[in-house]
Design a protein around this ligand. Structure first.
Ligand code: PRX
Length: 653
């Protein structure tokens, strides 16, 4: 566990179990041994220009060939400059040209049980039509399109239509509040909004359009709102602004050649939490991102054309961008896409889907796996999961016992598990086992992919030795790296590049063991990971403080059995009594300001917060209290020791 503010890291996890890949898996795998991995890794390290240049020429369509593979280093790195390509072309047209137009691209299942399959040819036609629809609303290269939609094929269609014409999509997870949508729309100067009437979740209809209506009142740059009919709930349409998806599609031609785009043209932005209250629009570009997600998908999932691949993420997060849409489709993969909750109508929903669709690769999150453990094995045992050959995890560390359960109960002890470490900023997977080559250790993301050079340093920027924790940085540029924070070059530099010039600062702590395996040890900054999603404590605090009865607030993460971390807030109130009604009201307030994801599990009222003499809240102490641990470490800088005693004796909600 890391003590996030002091930089000191105690290594408490000792895991010695080793799981070599099953022999049959390795025999059939494209990378079937550590020697193969090492050859690739060395080639990328020794001559990155040749390595990536060859891949780019072989695996991408170029309207115009690139001149240079990688120019500059650090934050200024540019990839494949001079070249022109198009991600949507590489994901659709290229597959059709290769003779795979009849292959299923998306096998979709709605929460109520409705199903659709779209082949690459059909998906191409839909994307072209929607691209023309966007053009009819005057959307062109560089315009930002804000997407707030359920997990329907139309979400992928909207994304691919944007990249087809060079529009920049900003997908906002459909659990965020109207405030959060408006903030992001304004930061990005979004021109068009796409949404749906509603979204099915656990049998209920969530009114997405109503939320968007509130957001658009505060989003002056948005000129049009396209509405997909999904849940058939009653909605209001604003004349002149709102237009039905199906009306636009009826009028659109399915002929829309992909626009040649510069390699470094922005492909999308995706907002993520950082250590300040303002979400950052992480900016990715075209060619490098495309190649990175294509290659990493091949390496990590040992993908084969006959696979039915299912990533259970939502397209509102980077995992959905890179490993539901762009990575798999750049390879011509068949992707399963599911709209709803894992326990609707019953806790066996996932396993029912795996059995019926004969899913071969399952990529999910530790938080989901912990929920399955809790729901009980009986929901799994009644299904035939023998189609599965590979399992993956992403979003947070997986604890070794959960890993072993996943391996035994879902994988029947014969599916390798790829624990993939990466971030919104990295575009794609950075460290992961290669399933036919790497012997896995539960809880470790094992080793870097070709092209990735990790380095772990202490506060004096000295590289630490084996088993000593420190800050994880990436020493060399890689094609999928972020290229900026939308509209905030200064923050981009400060956040990621200024601490250790030339190196990318990940914000995670890590250690490497004697075998060269990496272990991620949590965040350095004030970012907490709830159900695999990053939230900044400061965002939660800002939302809290905007309530008239909150004088001061500190939010911290505490361990949570299912969610990984839960949010605990310590609040001193004004002009109010510390009642349960106030607690409920504050929870509602955060839900409105940010969304359900950010609602704290614990709200503790306190007269004052523990502070240093310089007025800094001592979160380290609050983290201990929230977790029910003895407060450890030095308290000599605490201004008023009695605050600590009072906090400990206060009741928990
Ligand atoms: O702390 C790491 C954790 O999630 C952070 C990135 O969050 P986000 O940008 O939302 O992307 C999540 C999906 C890629 C990282 O900085 N994280 C992600 N994967 C792992 C992980 N921590 C440990 N092990 C992982 N496999």
């Amino acid at each position: 566990m890391s003590d996030q503010n002091t930089g000191q890291i105690d290594n408490v996890l000792q895991e010695d179990r080793l799981f070599p890949p099953p022999a049959e898996f390795s025999a059939a795998a494209k990378i079937g041994s550590m020697a193969d991995y090492q050859t690739l890794y060395d080639a990328a390290l020794n001559d990155p220009d040749k390595f990536w240049g060859d891949i780019a020429k072989e695996e991408m369509h170029w309207f115009k060939p690139f001149d240079t593979v990688c120019t500059q280093s650090g934050k200024d790195a540019q990839w494949f400059t001079g070249g022109q390509t198009n991600i949507s072309y590489n994901c659709l047209d290229a597959n059709i040209e290769a003779g795979n137009g009849d292959r299923a691209a998306i096998i979709w299942e709605g929460e109520p049980g409705d199903q659709r399959t779209l082949t690459y040819t059909q998906l191409h036609a839909e994307v072209c039509k929607f691209a023309n629809a966007l053009k009819s609303l005057d959307v062109g290269v560089g315009d930002v399109v804000s997407i707030y939609m359920p997990m329907t094929p139309e979400l992928a269609i909207a994304m691919l239509a944007c990249t087809r014409i060079g529009a920049v999509h900003s997908v906002i997870f459909a659990g965020f509040s109207a405030e959060a949508i408006a903030d992001r729309n304004n930061d990005a100067s979004a021109k068009v909004q796409i949404t749906s009437d509603g979204l099915f979740r656990r049998g209920k209809v969530l009114p997405l359009k109503a939320t968007v209506d509130t957001a658009l009142e505060k989003s002056p740059t948005v000129k049009h709102c396209i509405v997909l009919k999904r849940a058939e709930n009653e909605i209001a349409m604003t004349e002149g602004r709102d237009v039905w998806w199906h009306d636009l599609m009826d009028a659109a031609s399915d002929d829309c050649p992909a626009t040649p785009l510069d390699s470094e043209a922005t492909s999308f932005i995706l907002y993520t939490s950082g250590s300040t209250g303002k979400p950052k629009g992480i900016r990715h570009t075209t060619a490098g991102y495309n190649i990175w997600v294509k290659k990493t998908f091949q390496w990590v999932f040992d993908w084969k054309p006959e696979d039915v691949y299912w990533c259970t993420a939502d397209c509102g997060w980077i995992t959905g961008h890179s490993y539901i849409v762009y990575g798999p489709m750049a390879n011509g993969a068949t992707c399963l896409m599911y709209e709803g909750a894992p326990n609707h109508p019953a806790p066996n929903r996932f396993w029912d889907i795996v059995e019926r669709h004969k899913v071969t690769i399952l990529y999910t999150a530790p938080t989901a796996i912990r929920a399955f453990v809790q729901w009980g094995d009986e929901h799994i045992k009644k299904h035939d999961l023998s189609s599965l050959r590979l399992l993956g995890t992403v979003g947070e560390g997986i604890n070794p016992e959960t890993w072993v359960w996943y391996h035994e109960t879902i994988g029947n002890k014969n599916c390798p598990i790829v624990d993939t470490w990466w971030q919104t900023e990295t575009g794609g997977i950075m460290m992961s086992p290669l399933p036919g080559a790497t012997a896995t250790k539960p809880g470790s993301c094992t080793q870097p992919l070709p092209g990735i050079v990790p380095v772990i340093v202490d506060e004096s920027l000295t590289e630490v030795g084996a088993n000593q924790g420190g800050m994880l940085c990436i020493a060399k540029p890689w094609p999928g790296m972020l290229r900026g924070i939308w509209g905030d070059e200064k923050r981009f530099e400060e956040q990621y590049w200024s601490m250790f010039p030339g190196n990318y600062l990940t914000g995670d702590n890590a250690r490497v063991d004697d075998d060269g395996y990496y272990w991620i040890m949590g965040r350095i900054d004030d970012v907490i990971n709830v159900s695999g999603h990053r939230l900044s404590t400061i965002e939660v605090e800002s939302a809290m403080v905007s309530h008239p009865n909150v004088a001061e607030c500190a939010a911290v993460g505490r361990p949570h059995e299912i969610k990984g971390q839960a949010i605990a807030v310590f609040i001193s109130i004004k002009d109010a009594e510390p009642t349960d009604e106030l607690r409920d009201e504050l929870k509602l307030h955060v839900r409105k300001e940010i969304g359900a994801l950010a609602v704290p599990d614990d709200i503790r009222f306190t007269q004052s917060l523990p502070k240093t003499r310089s007025g800094k809240i001592m979160r380290r102490l609050l983290r201990d209290i929230a977790a029910g641990r003895e407060t450890a470490g030095d308290v000599s800088t605490l201004e008023d020791l009695s605050v600590l005693a009072k906090l400990k004796s206060d009741d928990k909600s």
